[in-house]
Design a binder for this molecule. Structure first.
Ligand code: SF4
Ligand code: SF4
Length: 357
């Protein structure tokens, strides 16, 4: 048992308990450190597992509207502002907005499919002083292009990675969404990323939102989950840092072998998301429905919404209302898992891996 891991986990749980107490007493809570901006639903690709196709919007936030949000959050020290979508580069002002955020002292990042990052765009990214870029890659050429529904996507991504390395982007990571369609290529994707000199690899599983709702089951089998954990345990930090996306926050007895740092769902505790039309929810993956909406920056300031909203997360509603979670010995290590995975009934690590609780 790693002592440092246990100490970090204790600190994360302690923070949640503080939020619970303060919310119960109607006191203000600590301000968030991570803001995702779900900046557009437009995209140049059509991926089979896309979660962003879950809503359509006619009206995106204007450049000035999002800059006003940035003015508010720049009052928070050591805070990160990252754009996701859709494809963020479909917005012509994306680098202007992030450059503005950087000038206000925020850390900045973009999650992109990489297709549009040619040499010129990489230079623009350098000039905007973006701190981190995450590029999606879901398999070797044939598999990736099939998943992304585009015959050029794989080649464009390899170029994007090289272009970003050339400008020495401070943090470059590759994200892979695993499904039964690409799981067999796990080793080969690893080899490819080593060859491309990628240093950070984020692996996550598909979520039951957007296009993935209508597809045949895209979730890994329990055997594949176990193999994945074994794979990460063996390979992590040898040549590359490999981490599991936090949509499976609690990993039971596998946690400290698979993760370097503990994860709990950060919604309402350290993170929130500004949606395409200004609605505020917990994270980009949550559907933009009343159930997940905490306010709208067109009607209230982001910091007011933070203080007034997110009560159900802070008051542990999930583990109090779900009987199985309520009776679970690990409820204060897991807090009921990911609220998006819960939509498809896939939030519990014990059920996903079919290991005994
Ligand atoms: S029963 Fe609930 S609290 Fe327990 S591990 Fe599963 S999802 Fe987490
Ligand atoms: S709701 Fe799920 S996907 Fe969103 S931040 Fe929490 S764990 Fe991650």
């Amino acid at each position: 048992m790693k002592l440092t891991y246990q100490i970090d986990k204790f600190a994360v749980i302690f923070k949640r308990k503080q939020f619970y107490k303060r919310t119960k007493r109607n006191e203000e809570v600590e301000l968030p450190k991570f803001f995702a901006w779900d900046c557009t639903r437009r995209c140049n690709l059509h991926c089979e597992h896309c979660g962003a196709s879950k809503e359509n919007y006619n009206e995106e936030l204007s450049t000035n509207e999002i800059k006003k949000v940035i003015d508010d959050i720049s009052k928070i020290k050591r805070c990160f502002f990252g754009a996701t979508g859709g494809e963020p580069f479909m917005r012509g002002d994306i680098l202007e907005v992030l450059s503005y955020a950087k000038s206000k002292g925020l850390g900045t990042g973009i999650a992109s499919n990489g297709f549009l990052i040619d040499e010129k765009k990489a230079d623009d990214i350098k000039n905007a002083k973006i701190d981190s870029i995450q590029i999606s890659l879901d398999g070797l050429e044939e598999t990736h292009n099939k998943i992304r529904n585009n015959l050029k996507s794989f080649a464009r991504i390899k170029n994007a990675i090289k272009n970003l390395q050339k400008i020495k982007i401070p943090v470059l990571s590759v994200a892979t969404t695993l499904t039964p369609h690409n799981f067999h290529e796990l080793d080969k994707i690893y080899d490819l990323l080593i060859e491309l000199e990628v240093k950070r690899w984020r692996i996550s599983v598909v979520m039951p939102i957007g296009r993935a709702v209508d597809s045949e089951s895209l979730l890994l089998s329990s055997e594949q989950f176990k193999n994945l954990f074994e794979f990460i345990n063996l390979r992590n930090n040898q040549k590359m840092h490999i981490y599991v996306g936090e949509n499976i926050p609690f990993l039971a007895d596998q946690e400290e072998f698979v993760r370097d740092e503990p994860a709990l769902c950060p919604v309402g505790i350290t993170a929130c998301c500004i949606g395409v039309n200004g609605s505020v929810r917990g994270c980009p993956e949550q559907p933009d429905t009343p159930e997940f909406t905490e306010g709208n920056i067109r009607q209230d300031s982001i910091l007011n919404i933070w203080q007034k909203g997110f009560k159900k997360y802070r008051l542990n509603e999930i583990i109090n209302s779900d009987e199985k979670c309520h009776n679970c010995k690990d409820k204060f290590k897991c807090y009921g898992g990911c609220s998006v995975m819960r939509i498809g009934g896939n939030n519990c690590i014990y059920e996903l891996t079919k290991i005994n609780q």
